[in-house]
Design a protein around this ligand. Structure first.
Ligand SMILES: *Cc1c(COP(=O)(O)O)cnc(C)c1O
Length: 421
């Protein structure tokens, strides 16, 4: 059953309540390995499901356009102070609706249409909002992209520097959605300084690892840091922008009134809760365990002959190139889903297949670590994946169902926040 209980909803709208209960059960029974997903605490669920959703608060604390901000101002200031303390940032803006608008706010704050931005290519692990041609960031600005190296799966910083010197970007972005290796923030900062560019670190995926000390921090190196709050940071759907003091006004103006209207105050409260949780000593253990689990998973997958981009991982994410297994990423992901293991198909660097039917599979350990799984379970997870790929190639649906049963059986011993049996 969902926790908090859906008592009123079940009475007033049983169809919808049943769908939400179904999703809670699904999240409980399956091994959730989508690298950008997690389970938030019941406290975060409670904060986001409050009367704060009724309030309008355009502006910033002490400078609002609507009355009645006696409590909302304090809530937003609490979230800001917690963000600044946790990451050691000069300035924090907690109003952006999600990661994509947070990134767009940075373009708005520092660029004019047509300006050059240097970012990691989508196929090497960058994000759509880093200048993909289908994104507004690619249509209205002039993106140039660095990539990983074909042989190593890693970025060669000397090539990033060469591109920066040749292209003279106004903005350089580091970070992405499918990067299994540590990002060298000091090296990016040095290049940005040399060419007079603003450096933005997009830590949407790794914010929880940074907060927990399991990945180096960009704070002090990047001019601005954007992040979602709902991935490894384990908060509600939302985002934050952190900035050096000199950029505080530009960032705040870009978010409001530049891009958005009223902030989602219930989300702000949920972010404040998550930041408080991330400041506890136990969150350091959580962050370290995410990485330990990913490394153990990478080793176990390698033992089963899986080919990993860059040969392994430094963080929460493993990118598998399935070419040598004779199966595409999409059929593999679909089979894994039937086998109770939730992943997403993903391109690999220099992929020869199409984006909707790519060669890779992206795996992450943030959610299963929240459930309490440790290194010792990762060989079993890798073995399930290997069996699933074989079963998919042999059209063996009963084997997939058998694996799903084993997954559910294991997970029944690991409580899920937001659910009670
Ligand atoms: C997830 C992600 C985003 C976008 O976040 P949304 O909340 O989905 O808009 C931006 N940048 C990176 C690197 C991401 O991983």
């Amino acid at each position: 059953m969902h926790e908090p209980k859906l008592i009123q909803l079940a009475a007033s709208d049983p169809d919808l309540a049943a769908l939400i209960e179904g999703e809670a059960q699904r999240q409980h029974d399956k091994l959730r390995m989508i690298a950008s997903e997690n389970y938030v605490s019941t406290a975060v669920l409670e904060a986001t499901g409050t009367v704060l959703t009724n309030k309008y608060s355009e502006g910033y604390a002490g400078k609002r356009y609507y009355e009645g901000q006696q409590f909302v101002d304090q809530i937003e200031l609490l979230a800001i102070e917690r963000a600044k303390a946790l990451f050691g940032a000069d300035h924090a803006n907690v109003q952006t609706y999600s990661g994509s608008p947070a990134n767009l706010a940075i373009y708005l704050a520092f660029l004019d249409p047509g300006d050059t931005v240097l970012t990691m290519s989508l196929s090497s692990g960058g994000h759509l909002t880093h200048g993909s041609p289908v994104s507004v960031t690619g249509k209205w600005f002039r993106p140039v992209h660095y990539t990983v190296e074909r042989e190593t799966g890693r970025v060669d910083m000397s090539k990033v520097r060469e591109m920066a010197l040749a292209e003279r970007p106004k903005l350089i972005i580091c970070g992405g959605t499918a990067i299994p290796r540590t990002i060298d923030f000091p090296a990016f900062a040095e290049i940005a300084q040399e060419v007079g560019a603003i450096l933005m670190a997009d830590i949407a995926h790794i914010a929880g690892l940074v907060a927990g000390g399991a990945h180096p921090s960009p704070v002090g190196f990047a001019d601005v840091v954007t992040t979602t709050t709902h991935k490894t940071l384990r908060g509600p759907r939302g985002a934050m922008i952190m900035a050096k003091a000199e950029h505080a006004t530009a960032v705040d103006k870009a978010v409001f009134p530049g891009l958005q209207g009223g902030p989602h105050d219930h989300t702000t409260a949920g972010i404040a809760v998550a930041l408080h949780e991330a400041a506890q000593p136990s969150f350091k253990d959580y962050a370290a365990q995410i990485v330990a689990n990913a490394k153990a998973l990478a080793a176990a997958l390698t033992d089963h002959g899986f080919d990993l981009v860059s040969g392994g991982t430094d963080n929460h994410l493993v990118l598998v190139d399935l070419t040598n297994k004779g199966i595409g990423g999409k059929p593999a992901a679909k089979a894994l889903d039937i086998a109770g293991i939730e992943t997403n198909f993903n391109g690999v660097p220099f992929d020869t297949r199409r984006p909707l039917d790519p060669s890779g599979l992206r795996l992450g350990t943030p959610a299963l670590t929240t459930r309490g799984l440790t290194e010792k379970h990762m060989p079993l997870v890798a073995a399930w994946m290997d069996r699933t790929v074989s079963a998919a190639l042999n059209d063996d649906t009963s084997e997939l169902a058998k694996i799903a049963g084993e997954v559910k059986e294991l997970l029944s011993a690991f409580p899920m926040p937001g659910y009670t049996a």
